[in-house]
Design a protein around this ligand. Structure first.
Ligand code: GLY
Length: 398
């Protein structure tokens, strides 16, 4: 714990010490600069990556690149980010890298070991299909939806996140909202309507059971399938059982915004607005809008920040702004802009050739498990690049 406090204090002093040149740039110039950096960084990352592995994290203290096999829940983010970078820069080397990583990921369309197929197969193949229209990518997405649907448990009207273990009997985590995009997309694009029914049932159950009265999401709900009953509301990555784990709030915000896009059910829009209100009005959301890793972290104001939560929230808020009433929409864009600006500062954004080729520094994977603390993570980069793309699109249509 001592080293974590040291990190947090060093980090805070660095924040106070300096804003970078990014402060002076227009958003347009800032994003263009960042996307060129993304191309260079991901070219570097690709050059250091074994052909059969995916990047996982980079620790600046140890200078160590961690990689994973394709079953890791994050295996879709790297190819997805490559596709976004290719979309915005048209770089041919990046496209080749994206195609190569899809080739090693494709077999996971049959994976049924947890709920993460949406992250794995939609962030990757979903973007690939959207950008290229290659029908084989759609076949992969359709198969992945069938695999994910096997985890639906009618007795609790939810998709089971994790298999039974010594920690949980039947865990459903708020992160699961993100996997519903795969299911709804397949139904909306010629597939069986049952995928969409599973997704909406899961999203409705989550609204009923997964939120505190102040609209913060719990992390884990543990069920007994045999008894068809909720056993407890608890956590795995948060500060304590009833705390508001920052990335959990980010997943919930993004998840309900996305579900409104996919279904036009106003209950999902209402829920997204309620989660946004919780986050944006929270006394522990710092002025720079980069959340602490948990809104209830006992170390606040010396708690570590989580760049990944900021990136996910920024992307979600930009989309939500397009559905919200004008005054709210303006506020959402302003907060997202602050998040993108601060993530673009020297504090968070890597310099070319550093950070193992990742873009963002300072994310927190699983603080209580002592895992991936204050490191670069693939999903922080994915949602950061997505947020910048969404921002550019939003502004060009204004
Ligand atoms: N389980 C996904 C996350 O760590 O956010």
């Amino acid at each position: 714990m001592q080293s974590k406090s040291f990190l947090a204090i060093t980090f805070m002093l660095m924040s106070i010490a300096g804003f970078s040149q990014s402060e002076k740039l227009s958003m347009d110039a800032l994003i263009k600069r960042n996307l060129a950096l993304a191309r260079d960084q991901y070219t570097l990352l690709e050059s250091n990556l074994p052909a059969d592995r995916m990047p996982k994290s980079f620790n600046m203290m140890t200078e160590k690149l961690e990689t994973s096999d394709t079953k890791w829940w994050c295996s879709g983010f790297y190819p997805g980010t490559l596709w976004y970078i290719h979309e915005y820069t048209k770089d041919a080397g990046i496209k080749k890298a994206a195609e190569g990583r899809l080739a090693i990921l494709e077999k996971e369309k049959h994976f049924k070991g947890n709920h993460d197929l949406g992250f794995m197969m939609y962030c990757s193949f979903g973007n690939a299909y959207r950008i290229t229209g290659n029908p084989s990518y759609k076949t992969t997405i359709d198969t992945a939806a069938m695999s994910l649907a096997t985890r639906y448990r009618p007795s609790i009207q939810s998709i089971q996140s994790w298999d039974s273990s010594k920690n949980f009997r039947c865990a459903v985590i708020v992160d699961n909202m993100m996997n519903l995009e795969l299911l709804t997309w397949v139904s909306n694009n010629g597939g069986d309507s049952k995928f969409r029914e599973i997704a909406t049932t899961h999203a409705n159950t989550t609204i009923q059971r997964h939120f505190r009265p102040d609209n913060a999401a719990y992390h884990v709900l543990d069920y007994s399938l045999a008894e068809k009953k909720l056993l407890r509301k608890t956590t795995w990555q948060g500060a304590h059982d009833t705390s508001a784990w920052a990335r959990g709030q980010a997943w919930a915000l993004y998840g309900y915004t996305m579900m409104y896009r996919m279904t036009k059910d106003v209950n999902y829009l209402d829920q997204a607005n309620k989660i946004a209100a919780f986050v944006l009005n929270h006394k522990n959301l710092p002025a720079d809008k980069i959340p602490y890793w948990d809104f209830d972290a006992p170390q606040i104001p010396n708690a570590l920040r989580d760049a990944s939560a900021a990136a996910i929230m920024a992307s979600a808020l930009i989309e939500l702004s397009t559905y919200a009433k004008p005054a709210m929409g303006k506020e959402y864009v302003a907060v997202a802009e602050t998040m993108i600006r601060n993530l673009s500062s020297d504090q968070y954004l890597a310099k070319k050739g550093t950070n193992g080729g990742f873009l963002l520094k300072h994310s927190v994977g699983a603080f209580p498990l002592n895992g991936e603390i204050d490191v670069a993570l693939t999903y922080a980069d994915y949602y950061f690049v997505e947020a910048m793309g969404r921002y550019m699109k939003l502004k060009s249509t204004l």
